[in-house]
Structures are given as structure tokens and as C-alpha cells.
Design a binder for this molecule. Structure first.
Ligand code: PEP
Length: 253
């Protein structure tokens, strides 16, 4: 089963509106005519609308980095799926380890967010992954399984087309320490087996699983050569047009 590679840039809490526009203008040029790979950028909330305007008539898609599950109401500081949809977001990142770690997001909250995004016809980049301590204690598979099962509770199989999974070992995020293609491939295989168990073989063959954690232009090709790795969620290296472009154009390296 051929799956379209998907590379997404998570800008985290970086880029003013001016800087975001500068980056996206450069990407529009450097990625012009690119085919055979889906590309998205995830700017911070303040830059989403201006970046959405800039991306009109471009094949680069727009992702938010978070949402709240209610549609509207007294939830100071939160942003709803409807608001993201209205300004042209196609994707939303949910369950990123930084949100789990620093903002107390639990599997249950992640699940509510995923269900809410799906209801609003947003596509989801659903992040899972173990910490260094969990890996060293031999808990990688049980942690990933728990996050996967809890996060996908109540999701109908036909909605799985809206979900991309990002396997991001926490010890590899922003550390310069990448999982080897074999290490990542092993967990990707495990995730796909679990998806088969939860849904069906067909869905497990269709779901795209990105790798995330210190992806660079230097390591992307080897990672993408691993069967079962369908793309990357890129943090640091997505902040410059040059490095992100080289990652997206990995087939040409
Ligand atoms: C991320 O933010 O999802 C990420 C993988 O970051 P980095 O590429 O900087 O490790």
C-alpha cells in the first residue's frame, strides 16, 4: 500500500507574524512544483491567520499546534476547532509531548481534543512517544500502546482517514539525539499492528505514521528509507526555509 509521505513543520512558540510571513514566503518559492509529498506548517496561533492568507493558492497546508475541545464559551485563553477551521487550518497537532509534559495534558484530554477536532472536520497529527526513563525501563511499547488506545477511544474507523500518527520519542525531541531508523521502525511496526487490532488490516495499512525527534536534512533520507516511516514531524529544522526545504525534498538528496 503506497502512502503519501507527509512532512510537517512544528514551529512551536517561535516566529512573530513578520518572521512567520518571511519564512512561509521563502517556502512557497523553495517548494514550488514539489509533488509526491504532502507538506504542512504549524505556526503559533498569532501567525495562523496571516500565514493562511499567504498560503492561499499554495500546496503547503496549515496546522495549528493545539486546540480546546469545546466549540465556544467561558474558556479564557483557549481556541476552538471552529475557530481554526474558519481561518483555513487543515490540520491540528494534538498530544505533543511538550503539552503533556508542561501543560499537564493527559491521555483523556488528548482523546477529547482528537474527537472534537474530528467532529469539526479537522485532520489530526496525533503525537505519542515514550520518555528516556520509560525507554530505559523497557516500557516503550506499553507507553505507546496506552497513549494510542486511550487517544483513539471512541473514534470510528471511517474517521481514521483524518488521523496521522506521529511517533516522537521524547528523548529525541530537541536534543539532537535521533532514534535510529531501526529503533523508529520497530515502534512504527508496533503502532501499525495495534491499529490493525483496534480497527482492521486495511486501516493499519492506510494510516500514516510520521517520525519526530531531531530530524535534519542529514538524517531524513535514512529515516524515510525505513519501511513504515511515512514522513516526519520536524521542530528545530523547520524554522529555517533552507533546512526544511532540504527535508521536504529528501528524495532529491
Ligand atoms: C517536535 O517538536 O515535534 C520535534 C520533533 O522537535 P525537534 O525536531 O526539534 O526535535
Amino acid at each position: 500500500m503506497e502512502r503519501l509521505p507527509f512532512i510537517a513543520g512544528n514551529w512551536k512558540m517561535n516566529k512573530t507574524v513578520g518572521e512567520a510571513l518571511e519564512l512561509v514566503k521563502a517556502l512557497k518559492i523553495s517548494l514550488m512544483g514539489i509533488y509526491g509529498v504532502e507538506v504542512a506548517v504549524a505556526p503559533p496561533f498569532t501567525a495562523l491567520y496571516p500565514v493562511a492568507q499567504e498560503l492561499k493558492n499554495s500546496s503547503i497546508e496549515l496546522a495549528a499546534q493545539n486546540l480546546f475541545w469545546e466549540e465556544k464559551g467561558a474558556f479564557t485563553g483557549e481556541v476552538s476547532p471552529l475557530m481554526l477551521k474558519e481561518i483555513g487550518c487543515q490540520y491540528v497537532i494534538i498530544g505533543h509531548s511538550e503539552r503533556r509534559q508542561y501543560f499537564g495534558e493527559t491521555d483523556e484530554m488528548v482523546n477529547r481534543k482528537i474527537r472534537s477536532a474530528i467532529r469539526s472536520d479537522l485532520k489530526v497529527i496525533f503525537c505519542i512517544g515514550e520518555s528516556l526513563e520509560e525507554r530505559e525501563e523497557g516500557k516503550t511499547f506499553s507507553v505507546v500502546e496506552r497513549q494510542l488506545v486511550e487517544g483513539l477511544k471512541g473514534i470510528d474507523e471511517e474517521r481514521m482517514g483524518q488521523i496521522v500518527i506521529a511517533y516522537e520519542p521524547v528523548w529525541a525531541i530537541g536534543t539532537g539525539r535521533t532514534a535510529s531508523p531501526e529503533q523508529a521502525g520497530e515502534v512504527h511496526r508496533f503502532i501499525r499492528e495495534k491499529i490493525e487490532g483496534l480497527f482492521s488490516k486495511r486501516t493499519s495499512e492506510r494510516v500514516r505514521i510520521q517520525y519526530g525527534g531531531s530530524v535534519t536534512p542529514e538524517n531524513i533520507k535514512a529515516l524515510m528509507a525505513e519501511p513504515g516511516i511515512d514522513g516526519a514531524l520536524v521542530g528545530g529544522a523547520s524554522l529555517q526555509a533552507e533546512s526544511f526545504t532540504r527535508i521536504v525534498r529528501f528524495k532529491e538528496i
